[in-house]
Design a protein around this ligand. Structure first.
Ligand code: HPA
Length: 271
C-alpha cells in the first residue's frame, strides 16, 4: 500500500514556507521553464515520502517551489505514467500533493501524436477535452469526500477561460496554438494505424500516454486545468514512415522553446 499524500505534503511544507497557487507539470525537455522560477527550493522526488520514481527517458524527477512573477508556483519536472507499471493512484500522487499544498490552478504539458492530418509536428495545441482510453481512472476505489465528490463533473475539465488566456498569449507571442481533443492511450507501444482510425472516428485530434489521469485527479479536487500539447509526430498510419521515439524527442526538443515561452506568458495570468 503506498503512502498517502499527507506525509509528502508535510515533508514539503517543512522544507519551504511557500504555499503554491499554480502547479505546472512539465513533460520531457521543458526543464528550462523551471529554471526561470525565482527563489527556487528544489526537492528531488526521491526525498519526498511516497513519491513514485519515474523511469521514462527524458524525465527528470524534481519538484521546484518558488515564485514566477508574483505567483507562488510548484513545478513538477517529470511525471509518472501508467505504462511504467505504476498504479493510477501513484500516477496522480504528485497532483494530489500539489492540491494539498494549496494549488488551485494546474498547467499540464505533454508530447503527443497528431491524429488530425492537418496538424504538423512542432505545433502547439491547447487540449479542449479528452477521451479516456486507458481503461483506468485514479478515482476508482473508496472516495474521500474531504478531497472531492464521488461523481465529479468533467464538463469543463479543460477550463475554457484558461484556454482563452492561452490563445491570447500565443497570439501576442506570434505562436500558432490550436485546440483539440486528446485521446489518452495506455502505451507503452505506440498505437496501431487501426487504433488511430478508431480514435479519429471517436472524435480525437491528438493522442498521448499521459495527462488524463492527472486531470481527473485535479478536477476531483476542484483544481482548474490548462493542458498544452506539443505535437511531435503524425500518429501511426497518418504518414507512411513508422514512429520513432528518438525523433519524437528531437521534435519535442525543438518545440520546447515555444512551449516554455508560452508558459512564461500564461502562468502569471492564472490565479
Ligand atoms: N502516440 C502516443 N503518445 C505519443 C505520441 C504518439 O504518436 N507521440 C508522442 N507521444
Amino acid at each position: 500500500m503506498s503512502e498517502t499524500p499527507d506525509v509528502a505534503i508535510g515533508a514539503i511544507a517543512a522544507r519551504s514556507e511557500l504555499r503554491p497557487r499554480v502547479g505546472v507539470v512539465l513533460g520531457s525537455g521543458l526543464g528550462p521553464f523551471a529554471d526561470a522560477v525565482a527563489e527556487p527550493v528544489e526537492i528531488p522526488y526521491g526525498d519526498i515520502p511516497g513519491w513514485p520514481a519515474s523511469t521514462a527517458v527524458g524525465h527528470a524527477g524534481t519538484l521546484v517551489l518558488g515564485r514566477f512573477g508574483d505567483v507562488p508556483v510548484a513545478v513538477m519536472k517529470g511525471r509518472a505514467h501508467l505504462y511504467e507499471g505504476l498504479s493510477p493512484a501513484d500516477v496522480v500522487f504528485g497532483v494530489r500533493v500539489l492540491g494539498g499544498l494549496g494549488v488551485r490552478s494546474l498547467v499540464l504539458t505533454n508530447a503527443c501524436g497528431a491524429i488530425d492530418t492537418s496538424v504538423e509536428p512542432g505545433t502547439l495545441v491547447a487540449i479542449s477535452d479528452h477521451l479516456n482510453l486507458q481503461g483506468s481512472s485514479p478515482l476508482v476505489g473508496p472516495n474521500d469526500e474531504t478531497v472531492g465528490p464521488r461523481f465529479p463533473d468533467m464538463t469543463n475539465a479543460y477550463d475554457a477561460g484558461y484556454r482563452a488566456i492561452a490563445l491570447q498569449a500565443a497570439a501576442r507571442l506570434g505562436l500558432e496554438l490550436g485546440e483539440g481533443v486528446y485521446a489518452a492511450w495506455l502505451g507503452p507501444a505506440f498505437e496501431t494505424p487501426a487504433e488511430i482510425r478508431m480514435m479519429r472516428a471517436l472524435g480525437a485530434d491528438l493522442v498521448g500516454m499521459s495527462t488524463v489521469p492527472e486531470v481527473l485527479a485535479a478536477r476531483h479536487m476542484g483544481i482548474r486545468c490548462l493542458a498544452l500539447s506539443c505535437v511531435t509526430n503524425a500518429a501511426a498510419g497518418v504518414r507512411p514512415e513508422p514512429i520513432d521515439h528518438e525523433r519524437v524527442l528531437e521534435v519535442g526538443a525543438r518545440a520546447a522553446g515555444d512551449l516554455v515561452a508560452l508558459l512564461r506568458e500564461v502562468v502569471p495570468l492564472l490565479d
